[in-house]
Write a protein that binds this ligand. Structure first.
Ligand code: NAP
Length: 274
């Protein structure tokens, strides 16, 4: 299989950055693209799409802000068309589990006439260290509208390894995989593991969804974002996504990283000790 340049849309992000680095280590040419790269790529500006894709044989795609927003499915259809015109033959799309809007985007990709692989991921471990939950942890208390529903958090390293295998091995084409960690934890249990690993005193509080959304609105978040948060903390966390799935094992032939290992390794970097 001839692999030329691989475009990484969201190439500086939690998973895209890892995919880009690991492909480079294998000697594969990558083009990481987002709003701050040259050439740039902006999901909100179709005029930027062709230049980021031209000459690439495949693409790893992370959509912003989330595939469940109402304009995502149409954007993915347009993106796939632009990719085909630019010569791309395979698109690996990072999706979420249990999101109705994300399924519409996935269907548009499958119908586009390009080889695809869909990776539906659980909530990432790295939300606690590279994402939205860091500030709360550093302040000693994470407060979220997530109660006792267990979530099988998955590690961004495993997502990246799985994405690379799918980009390289043609057996993964035109398939959909669900990527989870090896066990499900509640958010309270996850924070408790982080506190134990980092030696810090970090609490967890479940807040009502209405109060959380009102607080986010008061911070100035736009309605598209607060609607998205509402969906993520209600539909996505209503228990439908609690089962552990075997996507990482099916793609990589090994178990995914356990949350305890993530917490221990990440605590050692000092990120939660500031
Ligand atoms: N976090 C989770 O738990 C989770 C779980 C399942 C699925 N997902 C999905 O994963 C995807 C995000 O992947 P990720 O976490 O690897 O990425 P990420 O870390 O959230 O961000 C990737 C990059 O996106 C770029 N970006 C922001 N707005 C953009 C825009 N309008 N156009 C182009 N690029 C833009 C940013 O770079 P610039 O500032 O340079 O543009 C950022 O570095 C989302 O679709 C999300 O729904 C997330």
């Amino acid at each position: 299989m001839q692999i030329s340049t691989i475009a990484i849309i969201g190439g500086l992000g939690k998973t895209g950055g890892r995919v880009a680095e690991r492909l480079k280590e294998r000697g594969i040419t990558v083009r990481a693209a987002s709003r701050s790269t040259t050439p740039n790529f902006d999901w909100q500006d179709r005029a930027t799409w062709h230049q980021a894709l031209e000459g690439a044989s495949a693409a790893y795609v992370t959509f912003q802000p989330d595939l469940s927003v109402d304009w995502a499915a149409e954007a993915i259809a347009g993106f796939a068309k632009a990719a085909i015109e630019a010569g791309v033959r395979h698109i690996v799309l990072l999706s979420g589990r249990g999101e109705d809007g994300a399924v519409r985007s996935e269907e548009n990709l499958k119908a586009a006439g390009v080889d695809y692989t869909v990776l539906r991921a659980s909530w990432f471990n790295q939300n606690f260290s590279e994402g939205a939950f860091v500030d709360g942890l550093l302040q000693g208390k994470l407060a979220l509208p997530a109660g006792d529903v267990p979530e099988p958090f998955v590690d961004a390293d495993d997502i990246a390894d799985a994405a690379i295998a799918c980009l390289i091995d043609p057996r993964h084409r035109n398939r959909t995989y669900e990527l989870t960690g090896p066990r499900a934890l509640t958010f309270r249990q996850a924070v408790s593991e982080i506190a134990a690993a980092s030696g810090g005193i970090i609490g967890y509080e479940t807040v009502p969804i209405e109060a959380f959304i009102a607080e986010m609105t008061a911070y100035g978040l736009p309605q598209e974002t607060t609607d998205l948060l509402h969906e993520l903390f209600t539909q996505v966390l209503d228990g439908r996504n609690s089962p552990v799935m075997d996507g990482v094992n099916r793609i990589l032939g090994r178990q995914p990283k356990d949350f305890s290992d993530y917490a221990r390794q990440t605590a050692a970097t000092g990120i939660w000790s500031v």
